[in-house]
Ligand binder design. Structure first.
Ligand SMILES: NC(=O)c1ccc[n+]([C@@H]2O[C@H](COP(=O)([O-])OP(=O)(O)OC[C@H]3O[C@@H](n4cnc5c(N)ncnc54)[C@H](OP(=O)(O)O)[C@@H]3O)[C@@H](O)[C@H]2O)c1
Length: 278
């Protein structure tokens, strides 16, 4: 079975369009502001795709390209601006800036990427607020296709703060109740851990890292990786070598990526709705 993220994202988009219409009746237009402190090609291509999705849904999108020394003043203004519902800090940030310090300065209610220490801490405490979008996208896909994680052995390859680590925390929540193994470059025998897993989630950023030798028959694979090989976008899993042996797999492109962007938009809409209930 192909775990079609593009199709899921389309469905989510339709729901969000309706929610945006309901907000419009109350004179609220959700707005996302992306703050960029340095030019970076891959970050810009992500920002461009965010803008397109936001426009389709009816969310206001603004990109602020600022000088590094303006960062904290700009964030402070956006924190206070009632017409701004989501603040996204483009990654990477300028060399002389401390990314963590900037993330700390964004009010948690507008941290729609779920990257602030407060939102990550809440996840750690089992009381999640905004979740990191990519990690949430993985469980959203599993949920959509009715893949039960309870009691399953799940191996995650990658321990970044963006994907692997928060994902392990989400899957430990009681409603997911999985047994988690997290692998990284210090893992002695990767195959040992991926081969015993019912579900393998790969977020390493290494094209073709996982192939048929790494998996057991009938496993489920979620490929988060984004790599460019000879100008072609590929994941971390050698799709052709594993497709016949797995029960289900996400494609790249068209898997986790589109769901991630749409979840970011969902968070902006949720934030706008939060202002309604204040
Ligand atoms: N689809 C989406 O929406 C989306 C969103 C975000 C990221 N991504 C993609 O997902 C991938 C991971 O992103 P990230 O931000 O998590 O990357 P990252 O910060 O570079 O982290 C990569 C992780 O993979 C581990 N790793 C690398 N090579 C490995 C190997 N050979 N064996 C075992 N572990 C290995 C690293 O281990 P160490 O910790 O030991 O270095 C690290 O923990 C990238 O391709 C990125 O482009 C996709």
């Amino acid at each position: 079975m192909l775990l079609d993220g593009k199709k899921l994202a389309k469905k989510m988009e339709e729901d969000l369009k309706n929610e945006v219409k309901e907000l419009a009746e109350k004179n609220i237009k959700p707005k996302l502001v992306t703050v960029s402190t340095v030019h970076d090609d891959s970050s810009y291509s992500y920002i461009k795709s965010q803008k397109k999705v936001a426009q389709r849904i009816g969310i206001d999108f603004e990109l602020l390209e600022i000088k590094p020394d303006q960062t904290f003043d700009v964030i402070s203004e956006l924190n206070q601006n009632e017409n701004v519902h989501g603040i996204m800090l483009a990654h990477p940030v300028a060399d002389d800036l401390d990314e963590l310090k900037i993330l700390k300065s964004i009010v948690p209610e507008k941290d729609v990427e779920g990257r602030s220490p407060e939102n990550l801490g809440l996840l750690m405490l089992g009381k999640p607020s905004f979740l990191p979008c990519t990690a949430e996208a993985v469980v959203k896909i599993l949920d959509e296709y009715g893949i039960d994680t309870k009691g399953k052995n799940i191996t995650i390859v990658g321990r970044s703060t963006t994907v692997g680590k928060p994902l392990s925390m989400i899957l430990l929540l009681r409603n997911y109740n999985a047994t988690i193994t997290v692998c990284h470059t210090g893992t002695r025998d990767l195959v040992e851990h991926t081969k015993m897993a019912d579900i393998v989630i790969v977020a390493a950023g290494k094209a073709g890292l996982i192939n048929a030798n790494h998996l057991k028959e009938g496993s489920i694979v979620v490929d988060v990786g984004i790599n460019f090989v000879n100008g072609k976008l590929v994941g971390d899993v050698d799709f052709e070598s594993v497709k016949e042996m797995v029960n289900a797999i996400t494609p790249v492109p068209g898997g986790v990526g589109p769901v991630t962007t749409t979840l970011l938009m969902k968070h902006v809409v949720d934030s706008a709705k939060g202002i309604l209930s204040k």
